[in-house]
Ligand binder design. Structure first.
Ligand SMILES: Nc1ncnc2c1ncn2[C@@H]1O[C@H](COP(=O)(O)OP(=O)(O)OP(=O)(O)O)[C@@H](O)[C@H]1O
Ligand SMILES: [Mg+2]
Length: 352
């Protein structure tokens, strides 16, 4: 096992910056999830750690050892990709053994590790099959098995579940979490799926355009998004971000910190009935009611600005589209932001 330290790590492709200076300390045994929109630099960062991409500047240490110039094979890490990258002509057993054989691992040791990985992943009955005879989920298990048998200091995952259907993805996500808890192997996991990120991570790293927006536990990031970007990215449906200047009734907002010109309100703390304590109210018109199982999403157009906001409400409220409604939010549930800085105005949120 090992720590992974990134110190002002940068990557340019030609003169195009992809990673613009990332600082991150991954603790021994920790599972860190890198999350952010397409093109923000997640894979580039992971590939630098793996040694598949050169580092433009900054430092990179695995287990306290500077590995910037080390070959991938010298870094003692195993990577699991989206496309499995299994050898099609080899059996499952052959795929699991391949890397160990190459390293000259003794036969008995190979057998022990393959058996152990097969037990952990419950792929024992599949060992003699070829990859094409497996389902997507089974292939992904084999790809994980290939990483496990190496007993590496760290696992790197690049969107390992994105080729699977929704149900299998949830199932494999739970399995990866259990597996990582059991093996306690330091892991960096890349995804653009914020739900996957929230459920898997010990700590989340939210990236945007080559930079880190926020690092924290999923709860910290959800309860206290440091920037407007994080506020809009983490949470589903996303947080409503409302321009203060557009509100006709600002009662309750005088208590917000100086410089607040955007307020964020999560869909589950916007209500159709008055709330106790100091609250904000807004008039609007119901545009759309989406029932989604146990709750419904109510899309409401605000009269003051024409902006649409979303409420998550329990059950299936009996409200016709086109109805006039008054929305209420407790001031305590409001996230205050400044549009210019893009940051919260209430506290200095530690970013690193
Ligand atoms: N080999 C390359 N040459 C030039 N530019 C590249 C190369 N690889 C990636 N980029 C650029 O670097 C930026 C970061 O790409 P990267 O693949 O790291 O994004 P990502 O966050 O993994 O996105 P996704 O979620 O789509 O996988 C993008 O703008 C991309 O176009
Ligand atoms: Mg990627």
């Amino acid at each position: 096992m090992a720590t992974i330290d990134l110190i002002d790590l940068k990557k340019n492709y030609g003169n195009v910056p992809a990673v613009k200076g990332v600082n991150l300390k991954v603790a021994d045994g920790e599972l860190i999830v890198l999350v952010g929109p397409s093109g923000c630099g997640k894979s580039t960062l992971l590939r630098m750690v793996a040694g598949l991409e050169t580092v433009t500047s900054g430092r990179l240490e695995i287990g306290g050892r500077d590995v910037v110039k080390a070959e991938p094979a010298e870094r003692d890490i195993a990577m699991v990709f989206q496309n499995y990258a299994l050898y099609p002509h080899m059996s499952v057993r052959g795929n699991l053994e391949y890397g160990l054989k190459n390293r000259g691992t003794p036969r008995a040791e190979i057998d022990r590790r393959v058996q152990e990985a097969a037990d952990i992943l419950e792929i024992g009955p599949l060992l003699d099959r070829k990859p094409r005879q497996l389902s997507g989920g089974q292939r992904q298990r084999v790809a994980m098995g290939r990483a496990i048998v190496r007993e590496p200091a760290a696992f790197l995952f690049d969107e390992p579940l994105s080729n699977l259907d929704a149900k299998l993805r949830v199932q494999m996500r739970v399995e990866i979490r259990k597996l990582q808890r059991r093996l306690k192997t330091t892991s960096l996991y890349v995804t653009h799926d914020q739900l996957e990120a929230m459920t898997l991570a010990d700590r989340l790293v939210v990236m945007n355009a080559g930079l880190v927006e926020q690092i924290g536990t999923p709860t910290e990031v959800y309860d206290h998004p440091a920037t407007l970007f994080v506020a809009g990215f983490i949470g589903s449906p996303p947080m409503n971000l409302i321009d203060v200047a557009s509100l006709s009734n600002r009662r309750g907002l005088d208590g917000l910190p100086a410089g607040t010109d955007i307020i964020g309100i999560r869909p589950d703390v916007l209500f159709l009935t008055p709330q106790e304590g100091i609250s904000l109210s807004m008039q609007g018109t119901v545009e759309l009611l989406e029932p989604i199982g146990g709750e419904s999403h109510l899309h409401v157009r605000l009269d003051s600005s024409g902006q649409s906001v979303v409420l998550s409400v329990p059950g299936r409220p009996n409200i016709a589209e086109g109805s006039a409604v008054t929305l209420h939010a407790r001031v305590a549930d409001i996230h205050p932001f400044n549009a210019q800085t893009g940051r919260r105005t209430d506290t200095a949120v530690a970013n690193l």
